[in-house]
Design a protein around this ligand. Structure first.
Ligand code: T4K
Length: 374
């Protein structure tokens, strides 16, 4: 039997049918209808967020957060506003910056958690810097207190890309309570999914209207067009999927945790294998299981491991290779070298992790990694 790298969590079909029955009765299919509003209320409670705006996906939520915070250029700085971010992420993070007319400035990462290295941020700040956009990569929470004190000192906004951090808490607070905004992804491959979907969590209530307008053509209260917006609304069918999946989220995360613990039992202490653990104070969601292979000590490269797994019917994924600043389409934004991000991106592999992954499956995967010739 093949083992996939990801299997989306899905509710029982009957449960989903019950949730969409009212949609068939009232024929409100989209445009922030009752199911959207119900999911929003439930997510505010679950995430411990102060405010939340739901989107059709995480990427549009990122672009809208940038625009809603007014991160554009002024006067002579026009066309060159900079956002400091990490190259070790899914391309969406940097794409959102470029597509909203700003420039990404790539900061190296910390080897201990693969998140932006707070020690390297200040040297990249220029008069053109408008914000910092760190990523809670793999669900590892960034050093939020360091990042926010740097941002405060230099008058910068902070938008966290929390696409991997759904439901996590840090020091007892929902991860969406940090910075000016945090963006979540509800894509099929994520810890929590609404098929496609995303959200911006924020504290400043004045962002509510601009975010709503950005996702609905700039329309205010269904009447007048007050601003230039696009279309990025989460529809009722996806919202219903979200409501169903949210009902099962705790058991889903518990199953992921059990699989991660089994991986640790098998792989901890193996020479040349580096694993991460959630930082102290984090209530984790076990979104990904990344393994860094030190080729000198382990004796094989990440490509060797990827190929051995594939030969045995096991999927794995090189999230995130190459680093964004090594992509041809980012050549003009390449900037300073980011050696840690490059090294990590070349030597890391995400192993299968999803709700239905059993201990036996983890054992099969680890057997291939540890004794490929067997
Ligand atoms: N910021 C960060 C840091 C992100 O990681 C992402 C998305 C975003 C922002 C943007 O959020 P969204 O706009 O996507 O909401 C996936 C996802 O498409 C993407 O959401 C995710 N990050 C990224 C890390 O990974 P692929 O290219 O790996 O997906 P794909 O189609 O190759 O699927 C991976 C595995 O999952 C396959 O083995 C098949 C399985 N799968 C996939 C889908 C879509 C299923 O079994 N069912 C499915 O429906 O990008």
């Amino acid at each position: 039997m093949p083992i996939h790298v990801v299997r989306p969590s899905m509710p029982p079909l009957d449960e989903y049918i019950e949730e969409i029955r009212p949609v068939f009765e009232n024929r409100i299919l989209t445009n922030m209808g009752p199911v959207y509003m119900k999911l929003r209320e439930q997510l505010i409670r679950y995430l411990g967020a102060e405010e939340l705006s739901l989107f059709v996906n995480g990427h549009m939520a990122l672009e809208s957060a940038i625009l809603a915070l007014g991160l554009k250029d002024e006067g002579e700085k026009r066309g060159c506003g900079e956002i400091i971010t990490t190259p070790f992420t899914f391309v969406s993070t940097a794409h959102a910056i470029v597509r909203t007319g700003l420039r990404p400035v790539f900061c190296d990462i910390d080897r201990s958690d693969y998140c932006i290295d707070p020690d390297r941020i200040e040297e990249l700040i220029t008069p053109r810097t408008v914000a910092v956009m760190p990523v809670h990569v793999y669900g590892n929470i960034c050093d939020v207190s360091r990042i926010e004190s740097i941002a405060e000192k230099h008058g910068l906004k902070v938008i966290y890309d929390g696409a991997h951090a759904f439901g996590e808490k840090y020091m007892g607070r929902g991860v969406g309570c940090f910075g000016d905004a945090t963006v979540f992804s509800f894509h099929a491959t994520k810890v929590f999914n609404s098929v496609e979907g995303g959200a911006v969590s924020f504290r400043d209530r004045s962002l509510y209207v601009p975010l709503r307008e950005l996702k609905n053509f700039g329309i205010r209260y269904g009447e007048t067009v007050e601003s230039v917006g696009g279309n990025a609304k989460l529809d009722e069918f996806r919202a219903a999927m979200g409501i169903c999946n949210l009902r099962h989220i705790d058991s889903s995360i518990a199953a992921r945790k059990a699989a991660c613990e089994r991986y640790h039992e098998r792989l901890d202490g193996v020479s040349g294998i580096v694993l991460t653990r959630p930082r102290r104070g984090v209530e984790a969601n076990y979104a990904y299981f990344p393994v860094y292979f030190d080729r000198a000590l382990f004796g094989r490269t990440v490509d060797d491991v990827f190929a051995a797994l594939r030969e045995n019917g096991i999927g794995s994924r090189r999230y995130f290779h190459p680093a964004v600043n090594d992509l041809d389409c980012y050549r003009e934004f390449a900037g300073a070298e980011t050696p840690v991000a490059r090294d990590v991106s070349q030597n890391i592999l995400c192993l299968p992790l999803y709700e239905g992954l059993e201990a036996d499956d983890v054992d099969r995967i680890c057997d291939v990694i540890l004794s490929p010739g067997k």
